[in-house]
Design a protein around this ligand. Structure first.
Ligand SMILES: *[C@@H]1O[C@H](CO)[C@@H](O)[C@H](O)[C@H]1NC(C)=O
Ligand SMILES: *[C@@H]1O[C@H](CO)[C@@H](O)[C@H](O)[C@H]1NC(C)=O
Ligand SMILES: *[C@@H]1O[C@H](CO)[C@@H](O)[C@H](O)[C@H]1NC(C)=O
Ligand SMILES: *[C@@H]1O[C@H](CO)[C@@H](O)[C@H](O)[C@H]1NC(C)=O
Ligand SMILES: *[C@@H]1O[C@H](CO)[C@@H](O)[C@H](O)[C@H]1NC(C)=O
Ligand SMILES: *[C@@H]1O[C@H](CO)[C@@H](O)[C@H](O)[C@H]1NC(C)=O
Ligand SMILES: *[C@@H]1O[C@H](CO)[C@@H](O)[C@H](O)[C@H]1NC(C)=O
Ligand SMILES: *[C@@H]1O[C@H](CO)[C@@H](O)[C@H](O)[C@H]1NC(C)=O
Length: 158
């Protein structure tokens, strides 16, 4: 096992605690960093599922044995993400109340700080940096549009 894989083993356990899934035995560490390595598209056909399972729960059970099992787990997480996004967006709507002009709604410097912080923190929770970057970019972009709508929809004469 490479040193970097050992590092991930340790950090993934620390970051996710006793209840979350643990990604381990990774041989694909480079895919977690930006820039990712240049890879050429494979024309290989392989018997699926290939490789070893990479998720282990705190009770020692490993995952996953079928694509159905994967998709069920993803659906559960997606529902939580949706609720988290709803909560985050509620605060974005509040933020709009503190803006005197529509132009203040978007603060590109702060946007970049949020995205950079997500990327910097991604590794510690074994999240690919590319996922952190694109998801946070997208959250911010869509939130700016939403806040602009809130700002402009408010009738300040009432
Ligand atoms: C992960 O690696 C450890 C140490 O090499 C090994 O004992 C274990 O069986 C591996 N687990 C899986 C699921 O490959
Ligand atoms: C990867 O590909 C990009 C674009 O084709 C190129 O600019 C970059 O130098 C390549 N990186 C490596 C490490 O080969
Ligand atoms: C797959 O790609 C390799 C390398 O580019 C090539 O040598 C091989 O013939 C290709 N195989 C098929 C089935 O296309
Ligand atoms: C799967 O795990 C076994 C047991 O640890 C190991 O010998 C084997 O190399 C692993 N295979 C892959 C593709 O990682
Ligand atoms: C182990 O934990 C996982 C995830 O919480 C759960 O789905 C599974 O049923 C548990 N297995 C056992 C044998 O308790
Ligand atoms: C969202 O906010 C509600 C109300 O404060 C809270 O009960 C809930 O736990 C939050 N959801 C998440 C996923 O944080
Ligand atoms: C991320 O990194 C910043 C410092 O850049 C730190 O203050 C923060 O607690 C970290 N965690 C999260 C979840 O953002
Ligand atoms: C977000 O907006 C910036 C600036 O308008 C743009 O460069 C970027 O491509 C957008 N990203 C996404 C994920 O929409």
């Amino acid at each position: 096992m490479k040193l970097s894989a050992l590092y991930f083993l340790a950090t993934a356990r620390l970051a996710l605690g006793a209840t979350g899934p643990i990604t381990y035995n990774a041989t694909d560490d480079a895919c977690y960093y930006t820039p990712m390595p240049n890879v050429t598209a494979s024309n290989e056909t392989r018997a699926a599922p290939w490789g070893n399972q990479t998720i282990q729960y705190a009770n020692g059970t490993t995952c996953c044995s079928s694509l159905d099992q994967v998709q069920t787990a993803l659906d559960t997480i997606d529902a939580k993400l949706l609720e988290l996004l709803s909560n985050r967006t509620a605060y974005s709507r509040e933020a709009a109340r503190f803006m005197s002009e529509e132009a203040d709604v978007d603060d590109p410097l702060r946007d970049q700080q949020i995205i950079q912080r997500a990327m910097d923190n991604a590794t510690a929770v074994h999240l690919p940096q590319i996922v952190a970057q694109k998801v946070f970019q997208s959250i911010i972009n869509s939130t700016v549009e939403f806040e602009e709508c809130i700002y402009n929809t408010y009738n300040s004469t009432l």
